[in-house]
Design a protein around this ligand. Structure first.
Ligand code: SF4
Length: 345
């Protein structure tokens, strides 16, 4: 039986303010919303040895460690409500201690990853990126039976590939209004289905994938979705990233790191990995990133990539990692024109 570590956002609630004269040039208003964790991070910046951490950070880390020590057993077949299945409760702050069991005992982890991730958590504390408001787990109908909720989750993930969250959300709203169940999709002519999901990226292919997937789900899984990565990946149009996210959000099981273009790009910019593809990044991250971070790192990095560490012109001047990011100051070549206007970049 798998366990999920429970964490809290204790550090974000401590009461201090970062000086408005910080070298990153942020306004005092901006910092006022981030309070003591920012102060803690600033102190950490001043210490080259990251075993020296500020007292407040240690205290926060200890309280989080206590919270993390509670393991919540996850049943293989969840008997939980749709509300509990929602994957919107990422509330942890990356801890500053080293007490979490580590997959990389040889110590090959990137030197600064904890500080970098903690700063990303701080920059993401408002959870106001598109992924936070119209991400896949937010656009499913909370009132439907659990198996329909899971089907909608998978459908949203399939539509989200190469598509902006806002476009996916609009398409899912239309689908839900039409009826987003296995039977309803099977009974919808391809042309009408295309109109409903347009303009998601590669919508003609996705019409075919949705239809074939619905057929398989009806005949093999009783109109539910598979509860393991292997079988999810056998569905048309479903890859490892989608499968891990579906396992996480639909079945409440952490099976891997959902690695999309944002996670891939930012992990390389921060020197966490040196990889060419998201698939390579997923494996490389899982080699050293403690499992307790696997659930949250996707949402953290996706929102960070949508708001600050943009693909072409990252807003380094607004980034708390500017002093410890190896990518700062580098230029990015715009990609060749895409076949879709709605690529999730
Ligand atoms: S590239 Fe710029 S925005 Fe991205 S993490 Fe580095 S400093 Fe921050």
């Amino acid at each position: 039986m798998e366990s999920i570590k429970v964490t809290t956002r204790a550090a974000a609630k401590l009461a201090h303010k970062l000086s408005s004269s910080d070298k990153t040039g942020h306004s005092s208003d901006w910092f006022a919303s981030h309070e003591s964790t920012a102060k803690c991070i600033k102190l950490q910046d001043e210490e080259s040895d990251h075993t020296k951490r500020c007292t407040a950070s240690k205290s926060a880390g200890k309280s989080k460690t206590t919270a993390r020590s509670k393991s919540v057993p996850v049943p293989s077949t969840p008997a939980v409500s749709n509300q509990e299945q929602k994957c919107d409760g990422v509330t942890s702050v990356p801890p500053t201690d080293d007490s979490i069991p580590h997959p990389d005992p040889a110590g090959n982890e990137p030197a600064l990853w904890r500080q970098q991730l903690q700063k990303i958590e701080l920059m993401r504390s408002k959870r106001d990126a598109p992924v936070d408001t119209v991400g896949c787990e937010k656009i499913c109908d909370q009132s439907v039976p659990p198996e329909v909720f899971r089907y909608q989750m998978l459908t949203g993930l399939m539509l989200s590939s190469q598509t902006r969250d806002q476009v996916t959300s609009a398409a899912m709203l239309k689908l839900r209004k039409h009826g987003c169940t296995v039977d309803s999709i099977l009974n919808t002519p391809d042309e009408e289905l295309g109109r409903l999901i347009y303009p998601v990226g590669f919508w003609p292919s996705k019409v075919k994938y949705l239809k074939k997937t619905a057929q398989i789900l009806k005949s093999k899984y009783g109109s539910d979705i598979p509860d393991n990565v292997e079988e999810l990946c056998q569905l048309p149009g479903v890859g490892p990233k989608m499968a891990h996210l579906a396992m996480n959000c639909a079945w409440n099981k952490v099976t891997g790191i959902g690695t999309d273009t944002h996670v891939h790009r930012i992990s390389n910019r921060l020197n966490w990995v040196k990889t060419k593809t998201p698939e390579q990044t997923e494996k490389a991250l899982q080699d050293w990133l403690p499992r307790s971070y696997w659930r949250e790192v996707n949402e953290l990095l996706v929102g960070f990539g949508q708001q600050i560490c943009l693909p072409i012109k990252p807003k380094c001047a607004d980034c708390l990692n500017i002093s410890i990011c190896p990518f700062t100051g580098k230029t990015v070549k715009p990609p060749a024109k895409s076949s879709t206007n709605d690529v999730d970049v």
